[in-house]
Every structure is written in structure tokens, then in C-alpha cells.
Design a protein around this ligand. Sequence first.
Ligand code: CA
Length: 249
Amino acid sequence: MTTTPPAAAGGSGQAVAGQQSATVLVVEDEPAIATAIAQRLSAEGWRVEVARDGLSGVDAAARLQPDAVVLDVMLPGIDGLEVTRRIQADRPVPILMLTARDDETDMLVGLGVGADDYMTKPFSMRELVARVKALLRRVERANQVAVATPTDPPIVMGDVVIDRAQRRVHRAGEEVHLTPTEFELLVMLASSPKTVLTRERLLAEVWDWADASGTRTVDSHIKALRRKLGADLIRTVHGVGYAFEPPAG
Ligand code: CA
């Protein structure tokens, strides 16, 4: 099912597309939920396509090159975890994953699944739109940064090298593969070493959220960064937030 609003006619799906002409892929097997999401997102002026199972979702992502993906975790065939792996292996695209429970979100981030944001069912459509908008803003911002500052010097601290121009990270000479969200979170923390950044500030700067209802998202992504880069780099300041601790040497 494809719904193309008039605003999107004449071209979309480009990486640098503005929000009005963005393409959003929805992978959801529950017909009523899929239709409701598609209608609500189309009303924002985005081009929306729905896939009803995991394999169709992977195919649609390859064909459409969407600007963002809304992905249910429980799907017939291959599940949302495998869909995320396959989509991200092809090309990085921001993914908002729909989960059944809060602890499922923790579990998925712990596994390093690679979605950028998580939302637990049931959710409000208003919240969904806000989250997708935030994802698309971040894509635009990342593109603008990439164009504007191609020679941004790498951040080098101890054995950690963060190449902002190439968006690549190495620790002790080994490349560490981060999702776009994990990368932005790391850059934010490492840009102010030994400084405590509150969850609210991280949410505002990295996720572009105005409210602090998603603190679990921050904690989950910090866990993922620690697992990939080493637990020593990020210090928890209980009840406040997180600080980057430059490694010795
Ligand atoms: Ca489902």
C-alpha cells in the first residue's frame, strides 16, 4: 500500500530531502495499526509505504531508500531484530522500533539491535509523529553537518578516535560500528569530557526531544555504547546523567 500526498509529488526519498518530502516505511503486520500509522504519517505530508511482514520490509527498504523506518518488533517471518540488521547492513537509516513492553526495549538495546529509538505499545499517534519528526530532523542535521564541515578534525582521546567527517569510531585501532544515534550520543559526550550531561540535555540535543519522557532511551543507548566501546568510557552520575571519561594513554 502506498499513499503519496500531493506535497510529496515529483520526487522524494533523497537523503537530503526536507521533512515535507520524506519517505517513511512502516513495517507492521497488524492491519488496523498499520493503516492508522500510515494515515497519520501521510497527513504530515510524507510519502508512506507499508510492509506487512519482515521480508517485505527488507525488500521495501532496499527499493524505497526511505528516510526513516517505523518497525514493529513482532512480525511474521523474520522479526524486527533481523529486519533491522538487514536494513542497516545495506545502508544506515534511522529506525523507530515498536515494542510490546518497556523491558523489551532494554533487552533489544542490550542486544545491540541498532534501532535509533523505541516506543512501547500502546502509544499515541501524536507521540509517534513527534518521534518520526525528530528522526527526520536528525537525518537532515547530520547531512548538513556532513556538507558544512567535511574537514571537522577527529576527536582523539587516549585510544579512542572519533572521526566526525567520516562518522567512524576506532578504539585501540579497531573500528567500532555504531548506529547513527550511538554516534551522535558519543560525539556529544566526548565533546565535553569529564562534564556531566543530564539525560534531559542528551535527549534534547541528540534525540531532539523537547520533553523528558524518554529517559529510558538514553540509558539504553548508553548501555549499548559501553558494550561496544568499553564500560570505562562513560561514567554514570546517579540521578543526574552521564560523563565521558577520557581513557589514559
Ligand atoms: Ca506485530
